[in-house]
Design a protein around this ligand. Structure first.
Ligand code: 9MR
Length: 553
């Protein structure tokens, strides 16, 4: 199913809002012009000149660009270029991103641990509950004065991290933050969104119900005796390709780490200020979250350099990070904004790294995002100009990369590492912060380009989101999708994407290309390029909501 893309017109296969910048990529050839045609009648509705051919290093291809931004009429279209197969279908419409945004959030529901997915909510992907996690053993690496090894604790709920069935605090941290930031920044978009999850129709917005499923698990990962937070809740090894209710292995909480404890402190402080507004619906939750955050912060002050080390008998994901200044800065920023206590601002200033593109091990920018969003409500000690400068400097740099790119994306060859599709989306997330601070339209257009990229203006010719686009992943590395006997994969998941390192996970099958932006395989075996993960879906939720909310009509 992984065709060489060199004859494929590459276009966002979901589509565009009427006022958005609209670009497609065409393999270099003799043609000088392109047409946009009505998908049902074939009638030409727009015609334009392709840009001169230029080489794009990450795909090792020469390309031309089609700019049809001025086509604003709602409808369903395809691109036509002489001698090439017509492009995939796409829409132009005022609500173009609502379905993909809702599906990207519903993917979290599909990855819930500890709950049966009923047909009324999950359709053909209904399944029994997996991993109750009400009897979890404290691993020897996590034993302490209060809880000796072998102590049984209960830590139910949460989301499975990815294609595997384990739950990791570090990765849950940035994921939950990104979803809560989407709520904080675009409440009108989410307030009345109906996701058809079991809680739909209760007194909370569905996004917050979904986030609570994971927050409740995170809270159970904190040792009440000392405030430290376990790094992960896991099997000893990865399960086979089975549905989640099948394996009955022992589950463990493993090590307390500084990174996990600070990520927890950050998210709990952020969630505390979000749930202040829902005191009537969830009495006491906001205060409980803030107390948990402060206890975690206290543990991290006393244990500032406990780096995760995988015990010899544990073989699941590491999420080990040895650079902890960014975690301190992020937790300090969230506690500062929530409490307005300048002591946290001082802690933040001591460690704040320059803004960059966030990832699970690189969370300093999350501090800048939070500070920028709340910058009119900070204490006098905060440096508002510096906060704005951090955001706009990074967004300006990314927009310059976008403008200079033969593909019109900010992505450079080195950005194609494990989870490259989420790198593109996290670049977009920072571009959107830039646009919100500066109003510079180029930064919004560059963010649009990143969403285009993962929705099919992609060198593989595929939309990278299951169930969205005429060509999208059919065999993601996602155990339920592989084991459920349903033809279609569980929808709404973004896969990791191509990367520049060699992968041998599908041996003897080889990858179709060695080019960084094309080394991708739509096969279950390809956990290095075709896995799903919660930290990749969260920026898809954020960016699709942001463009839906911010794109000028
Ligand atoms: O996203 C993680 C990536 O940055 C690492 O390079 C990779 C190898 O350590 O692990 C990725 O995370 C995986 C995690 O360890 C286990 N669950 C699946 C995650 C996505 O592949």
């Amino acid at each position: 199913t992984t065709a060489a893309a060199s004859s494929t017109i590459q276009v966002n296969q979901v589509g565009f809002l009427p006022g958005a910048a609209k670009w497609a990529v065409v393999p270099a050839g003799a043609a000088e012009r392109f047409d946009v045609i009505d998908a049902s009648t074939g009638r030409e509705v727009f015609s334009g000149r392709l840009t001169p051919s230029a080489h794009w290093e990450p795909a090792q291809e020469s390309l031309r660009l089609a700019d049809f931004s001025s086509l604003r009429t709602p409808g369903e279209y395809r691109l036509h270029v002489a001698d090439l197969p017509e492009s995939a279908r796409f829409v132009i419409g005022a609500r173009a991103y609502e379905p993909v945004n809702a599906a990207a959030l519903r993917a979290f529901f599909f990855n819930r641990a500890g709950i049966e997915l009923k047909t009324e909510h999950a359709g053909p992907w209904a399944r029994p509950a997996g991993h109750p996690d009400t009897r979890v053993l404290v691993h020897a690496s996590a034993a302490g004065p209060g809880r000796p090894a072998g102590t049984v604790i209960s830590a139910p709920k949460g989301w499975y991290d990815a294609g595997d069935y384990n739950k990791y605090i570090v990765n849950s941290g940035i994921t939950t933050y990104t979803l809560l930031a989407a709520w904080e920044h675009f409440p009108a978009h989410f307030a009345h969104q109906r996701l058809n999850i079991p809680e739909s129709g209760n007194a909370l917005p569905d996004l917050l119900d979904e986030v609570l499923w994971n927050l409740e698990w995170m809270l159970a990962m904190q040792d009440p005796a000392d405030g430290g937070v376990y790094h992960k809740l896991t099997d000893k090894g990865f399960d086979g390709v089975v549905m989640p209710h099948v394996p009955k292995n022992e589950r463990y909480v493993v090590m307390k780490s500084t990174a996990a404890t600070l990520d927890f402190a950050a998210v709990a402080a952020q969630a505390s200020r979000v749930f202040v507004a829902f005191e009537a619906q969830r009495p006491g939750l906001s205060a409980r979250l803030l107390a948990a955050s402060k206890a975690a912060w206290g543990w991290a002050q006393a244990h500032p350099a406990v780096v995760y080390q995988q015990p010899a008998d544990i073989h699941t994901g590491g999420y080990d990070d040895r650079k902890l200044g960014d975690e301190f800065a992020w937790a300090a920023a969230e506690l500062y904004v929530t409490t307005r206590d300048d002591a946290y601002l001082a802690a933040l200033k001591a460690q704040a790294p320059p803004a960059g593109v966030p990832g699970w091990g690189d969370v300093g920018s999350l501090a800048w995002i939070t500070l920028a969003h709340h910058r009119e409500r900070l204490t006098p000690a905060a440096d508002r100009a510096e906060i704005a400068r951090q955001i706009t400097t990074l967004a300006g740099k990314l927009a310059a990369q976008w403008q200079a790119s033969a593909y019109r994306v900010a992505m450079q060859r080195d950005d194609f590492y494990w989870g490259s599709n989420a790198v593109a989306l996290n670049q977009a997330l920072m571009l959107i912060q830039g646009y919100r601070v500066s109003g510079d339209r180029r930064q919004l257009d560059a963010a649009q380009a990143a969403l285009d990229f993962v929705l099919g203006r992609h060198p593989t010719g595929f939309s990278m989101v299951t169930g969205f686009g005429e060509r999208s992943p059919r065999e993601p590395h996602h155990r339920p999708s592989g084991a459920d006997g349903v033809t279609d994969p569980v929808p709404g998941f973004i896969v990791g994407g191509p990367r520049h390192e060699d992968s041998d996970d599908c041996k003897p099958m080889s990858y179709p290309s060695k080019a960084a932006a094309k080394a991708w395989l739509d096969r279950f075996c390809s956990y290095t390029t075709n896995e799903v993960a919660i930290n990749w879906n969260a920026p898809l939720v954020y960016v699709s909501a942001a463009l839906q909310a911010l794109t000028p009509a």
